[in-house]
Write a protein that binds this ligand. Sequence first.
Ligand code: PA5
Length: 476
Amino acid sequence: MREFTDEEFKRKMKITFDYNYAMKDYLGTDGAVTKDEINSYKDKCRDIIIEIKKQRQDGALPYMDLPYAAEEALEVKQLAQKVRYMCDDFVVLGIGGSSLGAIALMQALKNPFHNMQTADEREAPRMIVADNIDPDWFKAIFDVVDDDRTIFNVISKSGSTAETMSQFLIALAHIKDKIGANYNNNMIVTTDAKSGALRTIVNKEEFASLVVPDGVGGRFSVLSAVGLFPAAVIGIDIDELLAGARFMDEQCQNEDVTQNPAAISALIYYLYYKKGRNINVMMPYSSALRDIADWYRQLWAESLGKKHDLKGNIVHTGQTPVKALGVTDQHSQLQLYVEGPDDKIITLIRVLEFEGEVVIPDDTNNIQGLDYLGGKTLSELIGAELTATEITLMKNQKPNCMITVPKVNAFTLGQLMYMLEVQTSVMGMLMNIDTYDQPGVEQGKLYTYGMLGRTGFEEKNEEIKSQRQKDNRFVV
Ligand code: PA5
């Protein structure tokens, strides 16, 4: 329940994007972005924002309308409410865009040790996201859950991804074996409304199911049932998440690039990309936001890493996303960021108010060199370290931006994720590529099908075999 009116709440919880230290005014160096450069892109960015609105109206960007899908959200909440009481363990089977959003939301919005809390403390099932097929790791899940009190949620837009389908078949056999007649209560399917093997199975087995809306690709699906259902099951307020996304949507409609957080951030990254900064580092100073950087890594990499532009020219575009965690990676990565090559644009994330507070005991008077810490809080310390990092980077002419999140909650998370999605769309248009396909991933899938004997992929298998015969030349 909010303590403020909607308008007050929005004012207090508005996230901001600050690009001061990405500008030549602060960095002083010739390679830095200037106001003139930004101005020279104003018209192009306005055209892009208008084009995005047009595509959206034409139904080509349905991810942008997910925050307004009230009926779907209600369906998700109703099913989640039921499921919460039916299980102690909720196991998501999915990969890539079908899993990273749920992981990020759980890490951000639940107790960091949610899965280790007692049932009373956590007031919601544990959630395990099985996003890999390492046999030891996957098998171990079945050892730690109670079969009768476990519900699986298989999530696959295509309904055919080999990894997810294998997990599904294993889990299905397991529940048939352990649960008996009513096994279908222990499996919920999230997939396309009509197509794919999973939908066929849903119809046959009468599993409860949710829909991945038409045209919403995996990495843009966190605000659909893909991300919302797992979130709702573990007790995240999905209405607030969607309200935050809608609030950001209002800002992302602004046709003036300097007033539009998604567009200006995309433009800054684009201008630096053109200047040879091929790496985009996201570094939240918040453990809660650690996996947002992971989710973003997929969004950015799969959307923008492309061989062809929209005209079919070979361009090999893409800016490698890197995730780092403040303060942990100050002791791992920061040396490279400060003194290494000029190939990065860095975005730090500051949280203004942490949920809890920890005070460092004030009895350090006699301990030389530690007395300055006494009586300080950990949020003061993390805030000071973040400021120190941004200023150090700036003084070393390393461009960096800052996303400020007033507090980590469902409303700010909705804003942040929506902004990063629209930012990716704008970046794709600046790069003139297809943001929404992933042909490079498809190629690997075809080889896998061939090797595993899928009908129709025999040629791929032959290709692999003949390649393998030549592969012994450089092995030590
Ligand atoms: O973003 C994407 O499109 C991909 O990462 C997919 O989410 C991933 O490949 C899983 O696909 P699916 O949901 O069809 O199983």
